[in-house]
Write a protein that binds this ligand. Sequence first.
Ligand SMILES: *[C@@H]1O[C@H](CO)[C@@H](O)[C@H](O)[C@H]1NC(C)=O
Length: 328
Amino acid sequence: MKAVSRYWVASVHVALSLIGPPYTAGTSGVCRKNAISRSLFSSKSVYMSPAAHVKARCPVYPGSDTRRFPVPDDKVDWDTDWPQYSPVNYTAPTVLKRPVWADPEIGAFSPQFNSLDGSVDRRSYGGSYRLQNGKPLNPHGRTGLEGRGLLGRWGPNHAADPIVTRWKRVSTGQRVHHTNSQLPVLQFVSIKRLDCGKWAIPGGMVDPGERISQTLQREFSEEALNSLQASPSEREKIQKRITELFTSAGLQVYKGYVDDPRNTDNAWMETVAVNIHDESGNSVSELPLQAGDDAGQVSWIDVDSSLALYANHLHFLETVAKERNAHW
Ligand SMILES: *[C@@H]1O[C@H](CO)[C@@H](O)[C@H](O)[C@H]1NC(C)=O
């Protein structure tokens, strides 16, 4: 297992580079981080196993009273014939109002699916997806709901998750080793989401025309900087440090479909999770974030297998801890 996971992680190392200023956020406020029911290390099989999505079949659609048409495990696959299938049609009123981050209804609108459509990337990390009556089909199968629900785009809705880490240190600078594992302890920047009260990685949606590397830095900057009581000149200094750190090589931890309760038959979440690590501890490690206090909204949190996070975020952190030979 060790050899396999090392090989897998080594194959997805990426170097990130940054161009241009931060963009403004275009995401809805919904708690979007959710479980994928399998280990990251079997991610190769995700696309071949449509039954994997579970959250995407949650009975009541988030932010609504709309109930999905129930889809049993053996009917998830589109290739399984099921004439009785009658998904509920639901697109949230906020999406139908056509905010900048949302597509129009199909009909008057025919986007270039499976390609870069102007500045909107409609390609899936899972390869080419199918269309039915001009609408994209969820590559993981039926969800019991057609339309877009809370998602703005037909087809893939791209997000990015920056996992910013440092070593836990005592005040004199030595790294803290865990008493059980004897391994050094990592900490990561976590935000407490207002919508559901859970700790999460400060990710967000990729804006049109934006590089993943830009999204990662923008989301992190927004979350981390907004929490600080800093003067404009201090902010500028902090922003410079963030830019430097995010320009260095990152470790890609996950790239693909997210089993999210907002997914529908025609719209779904995909993400790229990247670990940005402050090895020396003299970059963003010095950001005066709240230290593990529930009252704070942004904190450095110790990386440990017992963390209560969304399951897919826990998998991301496990990958980071193992790759960095840290306590887990
Ligand atoms: C689904 O609902 C939308 C509005 O929410 C509507 O524009 C569309 O025509 C409906 N589609 C079907 C197939 O009924």
